[in-house]
Design a protein around this ligand. Sequence first.
Ligand SMILES: NC(=O)c1ccc[n+]([C@@H]2O[C@H](COP(=O)([O-])OP(=O)(O)OC[C@H]3O[C@@H](n4cnc5c(N)ncnc54)[C@H](O)[C@@H]3O)[C@@H](O)[C@H]2O)c1
Length: 447
Amino acid sequence: MRIAMIGSGYVGLVSGACFADFGHSVICVDKDAHKIERLEAGQMPIFEPGLAELVASNVRQGRLAFTTDLKGAVAQADAVFIAVGTPSRRGDGHADLSYVYAAAREVAQAIDGFTVVVTKSTVPVGTGDEVERVMRQVRPDAEFAVVSNPEFLREGAAIRDFKHPDRIVIGTSDERAQAVMEEIYRPLYINRAPIMVTERRTAELIKYAANAFLATKITFINEIAELAEKAGADVQDVARGIGLDNRIGSKFLHAGPGFGGSCFPKDALALIKTGQDFEAPLRIVETVVAVNDQRKRAMARKVQAAAGGNLRGKTVAVLGLTFKPNTDDMRAAPSIPLITALQDMGASVRAYDPEGMEQARLELNDVTYAESAYECARGADVLVIVTEWEQFRALDLAELKAAMAQPVMVDLRNVYPAEVVMRHGFAYTGIGRGRPSRLEGEGGERP
Ligand SMILES: NC(=O)c1ccc[n+]([C@@H]2O[C@H](COP(=O)([O-])OP(=O)(O)OC[C@H]3O[C@@H](n4cnc5c(N)ncnc54)[C@H](O)[C@@H]3O)[C@@H](O)[C@H]2O)c1
């Protein structure tokens, strides 16, 4: 199959490289000429494990190419995937579909012969109808079918997720389009990945419902963590205790600083707006967003409390800035409101992230960046673990303590067992662990 991928961002680039790896002939298009130049030079615009190697090998074998020439790429394609951004629209939280419709218009002008146009971007229910209308307006004569094929990959594990998906959702009632889509995903059929064909609107809603459900699970355990902390229980054990129930499942039950990232916050907001438009309000999702928003500043208050109640003139070392490990994506990362709140409270912030500091510089002001976790900790009054990068899981606690002005750790990801950190002489605060902040016998008080 000949595939044109419109948008070579996180989803477009990963999907394009994986389709090429399946054996299809793929051209990734982007209107950002600098991005395309870099890709042609073998430089990845994002950090994603394994991506550079996958792109290089498929380019070498002649199955993957990059261009800014949308027209040329689309004219030759059997299927055109639209994988452009759908950020929150400024002001009202609706999904901003201007990039999708602009791409649809350009695609319509360029198609030549029957073409399947696939919306891979996350778009509100009913967008496929509008894409079809927009395209028909531009090219009443053209032969095409508009399909929804939402993407479920996770950043940090994107290639694995794309190649071993839990399911593939295809929204179409056009038989010719269905046959093309099945041919494109055939290599995954062999791996027995379930392919689900639904109506287009249903496919669009599946994506939002999935993200909103996962965001709800995270927010639920975060609220349980608050209760556990005050009531003297351990949220880690509560999560395990409920997660072992098959009906609940253990994933997305890790208490932390609140969800962030390029998808959950904007998709939850967009779903709320869609619910309101259809007069089917989604009260649970509305509450999830409100609870999650409040949590970010609450985390700063937790740091302040750990530092003795006042952060003015103190230095906070922040380990991890990206919204999750193994990506350099800073979009809506919890570290951003956390750091801003710490600065509002009078703290100086030093930070270290293995991959995210270049992006973080664009988002944050007045932060001093370090080259390692230990350099970051030097002279700090509190150390805060915000993102659970692998390299933060086995820090040399003695070296860390020696570097710091005060041995105080706030572990917003529960990476460390409290006892281990306290044994090294730290005051330790985790999430949802209703335990003393010092080892008994060291002057700690049980709440
Ligand atoms: N990032 C994820 O983990 C993820 C996962 C699942 C779904 N999604 C969804 O996929 C979509 C894309 O997300 P992303 O993170 O890849 O976005 P991104 O911002 O990384 O990439 C979008 C790219 O599209 C390009 N673009 C925009 N308009 C264009 C046009 N007319 N022609 C050519 N290129 C154009 C931009 O220059 C940019 O490079 C969104 O709807 C998102 O919600 C993202």
